[in-house]
Design a protein around this ligand. Structure first.
Ligand code: UDP
Length: 311
């Protein structure tokens, strides 16, 4: 297949590009290199079946392809909040431009949605039928509501134009190709520990997240992409094992052997208190569940960041 990846230079887009090339597909990667990094594409950039186009997905594009993966949007709160108008435009205009392509060429579009569409959830774990608890005017809304509107568009294009749209809701994911200054908790804690700096827990550290190692997630995404009979409903993809930020900090300190101190800083506005996916739908439909334990995935990620710091 000839597959378009929007956001190809980002953390997940770059892993997908590498995997799809290895599987024998042709990949066209587009990215505006705002938070993505070309270095993430080092292993495919010179491959004969890979092509890179510097393109901002907010602008229309016309290109002949067989499938679209839409991963174009900054995903770390510090990045998506630094230009919130661009963030919501990227989600809204970006998916419209790509859905237009999918409709005209009668091809599938896989939309990277997010656990953020559940906001600060009032139930745990979060299953796909839960409508969420999102502040529509807060500092996270540009991302949360942008992703929610993108889901709406995917389902409207499916109902109105019969486009094969597939929506995955990705929970916190970590691993190689995250940027040193990504700003998310796993990269912050590891880089702080390796540099002997204070480890910054926001709030009291009791808030939880469920962390999925990137290889597990990519396997789940490919299963959705290649599913013969799409189910026409969103699918949660993530690791259901929940940790508090305090537990995460302690694991990172133990695995790095760091003597960093833990310090506490203010909890950002609207920071979700808990997050844990219900993955029964993914298990049933895809036969997928993540297999990497947190300490195993963290060890690989620590090695990656050691390499990045010594560059
Ligand atoms: N967090 C933290 N220290 C950091 C960065 C993040 O304690 O240096 C917390 C953050 O407040 C949130 C959790 O870690 O409760 C996960 O944050 P992240 O930005 O990784 O992703 P989110 O799930 O909030 O989008």
């Amino acid at each position: 297949m000839r597959i378009l990846i929007a956001g190809a230079a980002g953390f997940l887009g770059s892993h997908l590009a590498e995997k799809l090339i290895a599987l024998g597909h042709n990949v066209i990667g587009i990215d505006d290199i705002s938070t993505g990094r070309l270095v993430n594409l080092d292993c495919v950039i010179n491959h004969e079946r890979f092509e890179f186009i510097n393109h901002d997905v907010r602008n229309p594009l016309d290109i002949k392809i067989d499938a679209i993966l839409n991963f174009a949007c900054p995903a770390s709160p510090i990045h998506y909040q630094s230009d919130p108008v661009k963030t919501i435009e990227t989600n809204f205009l970006g998916v419209i431009n790509l859905l237009h392509l999918a409709k005209n060429q009668e091809i599938l579009l896989l939309q990277a949605s997010t656990s953020e569409i559940y906001g600060d959830p009032t139930i745990s774990p979060q299953h796909e039928a839960y409508w969420g608890n999102v502040n529509p005017i807060g500092i996270r809304s540009c991302y949360d509501e942008g992703k929610r509107a993108a889901e709406t568009l995917c389902f409207d294009y499916k109902r109105q134009y019969s486009v094969d749209t597939r929506v995955i809701r990705i929970f916190n994911t970590y691993g190689p190709n995250m940027a040193l200054h990504d700003g998310r908790v796993v990269s912050n804690f590891i880089v702080q520990a390796l540099q002997g700096h204070d480890i910054t827990i926001y709030g009291d550290g009791s808030q939880t997240r469920s962390f999925c190692y990137v290889d597990d997630l990519i396997e789940g995404i490919l299963k959705v992409l290649f599913l013969k009979n799409p189910i026409g409903a969103p699918i949660n993809l993530g690791n259901p094992i929940e940790f508090s930020m305090h537990q995460l900090a302690e694991q990172v300190i133990a695995l790095t052997g760091s003597d960093s101190r833990i310090v506490f800083e203010n909890l950002p506005q609207d920071d979700p208190k808990q997050r844990k996916p219900d993955i029964s739908r993914a298990k049933e439909i895809l036969g997928w569940e993540p297999g990497t334990q947190l300490n195993e995935g963290l060890a690989k990620t620590i090695e990656y960041f050691r390499g990045e710091l010594s560059r």
